[in-house]
Ligand binder design. Structure first.
Ligand SMILES: [Zn+2]
Length: 362
């Protein structure tokens, strides 16, 4: 298991959990709040930023770090997943060709999003870790469609790598360079997953991400395929479990060799009054793969209206140090945005506490 990754001359400690700042913001938090909550990095989305405000505007601002005034690490997701989800939902949103993803999103002029455009945009964003554009098949795709998506994913990864190298040459700096990760597709077909992983490893990338849906149809972590991808990528390479997940799922993936994670859960749950609380002191928890070490608190419930305790007695985040359950319950009731801010700070702090504990346990 790797302990560090070097990207853009900076060391990223792993395992790492980066919350999703899709549109270059963790809703309601400032970069100061993020640093205070122990957040070391975030994931932004190339597709969303390409439209609003436009990757060129961010480039002119000096890159996403300066644009957001964020000093931590930044991973830019390609946005392929979001674009293809739209297309799989309805053909009116566009189509996939070997050239790239043709978007015909209503209200925008037609755009062809190619692997080259995807990499150029990520250089505009100045990300520390960039992700290749991949062809993520729909959840009900046939074996033939998944087979085609693997072939396209590998071809696109090769084009992404070529463009990545061209950008590096143009910038004239190869030591303090960003990293490029490829995405392994193949759905729930062992041979396709293995073939995709092996073809990408042959092309050689700085890291490999598990693409597609990481959950089974029963909504359980797809351990079989996550492990298969990890086992078929180099032992000492960085492995990214895209979109994973709940705290215990992250701990399980770490045991399989994954080192980077992102998920919308802690921030989205916070805005829906769903708080993560430890059942016992996390520094005493030995096994974080078991769901029993934490629970959820619904701060919208009337039973908390007069509760003077903090959200979590084991938490030292800003919200837990300074505010009561009673006050935050009141903020939700009057729909004040401070409730979102305090709860988001708490939930991301909980995740950073879990990550720290996983690192301690080694
Ligand atoms: Zn807290």
């Amino acid at each position: 298991m790797i302990k560090f990754i070097r990207a853009n001359g900076k060391l990223i400690s792993t395992p790492a959990f980066f919350p999703d700042a899709t549109r270059a913001v963790i809703k309601s938090l400032t970069p100061h709040d993020l640093a205070d909550a122990g957040v070391e990095g975030i994931v932004i989305n190339t597709y969303h930023l390409l439209f609003t405000p436009g990757s060129k505007i961010i480039k002119k601002a000096g890159g996403a770090h300066k644009f957001m005034n964020f000093k931590g690490h930044i991973i830019s997701d390609s946005g392929g997943f979001q674009m293809l989800s739209l297309i799989h939902k309805s053909k009116k949103f566009g189509k996939i060709t070997d050239k790239g993803i043709k978007l015909t999103y209503p209200g925008f002029k037609e755009v062809l999003f190619t692997p080259e455009k995807c990499i150029d945009a990520q250089f505009d964003l100045g990300s520390d870790i960039m992700i290749c554009l991949d062809d993520c098949p729909g959840i009900d795709a046939s074996k033939k469609e998944i087979d085609e998506s693997v072939e396209r994913t590998v071809k696109w990864a090769e084009r992404c790598k070529k463009r990545f190298q061209e950008n590096l040459n143009k910038n004239g700096n190869s030591t303090n360079r960003p990293l490029l990760f490829a995405v392994v597709q193949g759905g729930s077909y062992t041979a396709l997953r293995v073939n995709c992983a092996k073809a990408l490893v042959k092309l050689s990338f700085d890291g490999y991400a598990f693409g597609g849906w990481p959950m089974t149809r029963k909504n359980e972590l797809d351990i079989k395929f996550l492990k298969l991808v990890s086992d078929n990528t180099p032992k000492n390479s960085a492995k990214y479990a895209l979109g994973v997940g709940k705290p215990e799922e992250i701990a399980k993936c770490v045991k399989m060799g994954y080192s980077i994670f992102d998920c919308v859960l802690p921030t989205r749950d916070a805005r829906h009054k769903r708080l993560y609380v430890f059942n016992k002191n996390p520094s005493k928890t030995k096994d974080l793969t078991k769901r029993s070490f934490y629970g959820y608190l619904d701060l919208g419930k009337t039973m908390y209206s007069n509760n003077k305790g903090p959200i979590d007695k084991y938490c030292s985040c800003y919200a837990c140090k300074h505010y009561t359950r009673s006050y935050i319950h009141h903020l939700f009731k009057i729909k004040d945005s401070l409730a979102h801010r305090l709860c988001t700070i708490h939930n991301v702090y909980m995740y950073t506490t879990v990550i720290k504990r996983i690192r301690e346990l080694g």
